[in-house]
Design a protein around this ligand. Structure first.
Ligand SMILES: Cc1cc2nc3c(=O)[nH]c(=O)nc-3n(C[C@H](O)[C@H](O)[C@H](O)COP(=O)(O)OP(=O)(O)OC[C@H]3O[C@@H](n4cnc5c(N)ncnc54)[C@H](O)[C@@H]3O)c2cc1C
Length: 363
């Protein structure tokens, strides 16, 4: 979909679709980002007389020749190298319209919803692997006559990383459950609607921080290309760029609150369901309720709004489902105020030894 003039504002799409009057269209134009060009089929946007529409473009024509998609060059990316991304030109590529004419952005967005959740899960997975690698390293590396995993500061860092990865996984999978149930439950559908951009934004945003800290746990070895951490380091920022960059995702959160007020009620119900179990959580929820009106009203506050909603939802999920030590550490830091956002800041009362052991892979 992305063309040179913009990937976020797809209303600027310049590719043209000519109606062949036989149920197909001929597409002419260029795309600036076009991943996996060896696919059998592509979804793309192009303009025709009724506006921007979505098209299915096969990689091959029925007679077995290549469709009119000319690869200009492969992108030389700083990460994500196993996925070929390229620039292409459409020279009369044959396409079939998908969805209603002139409603291409809406058709695309309906799919974006799922890919954004997919990204939240992928980022949670990337976090988890980085944390496991750090835990494994700390369990086997000795410094100052002690294993790293037995050093108090390292325990605090690993414990903090472990709860971040756990919170990310709970957030993604709770929302997948909502998607699974959305045909049967309106509130689950509304929760999935607002939850997908929340999770996409927040989990993708936290991933680079987790990966960098996990890399540092390896010392210099983590910065060497032969170590898997180097690849994770290069991959980590991508999920907050594609499928809607951070700001654009936060605008989507605002849009869902504006157009579907029920989504906020569904989220509130999820958050209030666990109130009364932890006074710090209750205080954070009350503070959010107090600030909500202003946060929603000012576009420039959309990141803060998204972050606070995502953190509250993670806190609610951990209180409900995770072991007490995990929920306690999360609430004490992420919802308790004075959180720096860095790792290794867990307060004295937190059981970092138990939590750090959750970062070590079971063998
Ligand atoms: C490895 C890789 C593979 C990709 N593969 C594909 C692909 O297969 N198909 C495809 O279509 N695209 C693909 N993309 C492109 C990607 O989806 C876009 O780069 C992304 O959507 C952002 O668009 P842009 O680069 O034009 O940035 P812009 O739209 O110019 O945005 C630049 C910055 O401005 C911000 N911004 C935009 N609008 C606003 C606003 N209203 N308020 C505040 N801030 C704003 C954005 O959040 C972003 O931070 C790929 C990108 C990468 C890196």
């Amino acid at each position: 979909m992305t063309e040179t003039q913009g990937g976020s504002d797809l209303r600027q799409t310049q590719t043209i679709a000519y109606d062949n009057r036989d149920g197909t269209y001929s597409l002419h134009g260029s795309k600036w980002f076009f991943s996996v060009p060896h696919s059998d089929v592509f979804l793309t946007l192009a303009r025709h007389e009724e506006g921007i529409s979505c098209f299915v473009v096969p990689g091959w024509r029925p007679e077995g020749t290549r469709n009119g998609i000319a690869i200009q060059r492969l992108k030389d990316k700083c990460g994500n190298r196993s996925n070929a991304s390229c620039e292409v030109e459409f020279h009369g590529a044959i396409g079939h319209m998908l969805g209603d004419p002139g409603r291409g952005l809406r058709t695309g967005l309906s799919m974006n919803h799922n890919t954004r959740l997919d990204i939240a899960a992928a980022s949670a997975g990337l976090m988890r692997q980085a944390v496991m690698l750090a835990g494994h390293h700390a369990q086997h590396r000795t410094a100052f006559q002690r294993l790293l995993i037995d050093q108090p500061i390292m325990q605090n860092v690993l414990a903090d990383l472990a709860i971040e990865a756990e919170a990310a996984a709970w957030l993604a999978f709770r929302l997948f459950a909502a998607v699974d149930r959305q045909e049967r439950s309106e509130s689950e559908k509304l929760l999935a609607r607002i939850g997908a951009p929340l999770a996409k934004y927040w989990v993708a945003k936290r991933t680079p921080a987790v990966v960098v800290e996990a890399l540092e746990c390896h010392g210099g070895n983590g910065f060497i290309e032969e170590n898997p951490m180097a690849r994770h380091y290069r991959e980590a920022p991508l999920n907050s760029v594609w499928e809607g960059s951070g700001n654009v995702i936060c605008l989507d959160v605002l849009r869902s609150l504006e157009r579907e007020p029920g989504s906020l009620q569904a989220l509130r119900a999820e958050l209030h369901a666990v109130s009364g179990q932890d006074r710090r959580y209750d205080a954070a929820l009350q503070a959010l309720e107090n600030d909500l009106h202003d946060l929603i009203r000012h576009e420039g506050q959309a990141r803060l709004l998204t972050e606070r909603l995502a953190l509250m939802l993670q806190g609610a999920l951990l209180i409900r489902h995770a072991p007490h030590a995990v929920a306690d550490a999360f609430v004490a830091t992420r919802l308790g105020g004075h959180w720096s956002g860095h790792f290794g800041d867990l307060p004295l009362a937190v059981d970092v030894v138990t939590l750090a052991s959750r970062a070590v892979p079971e063998v």
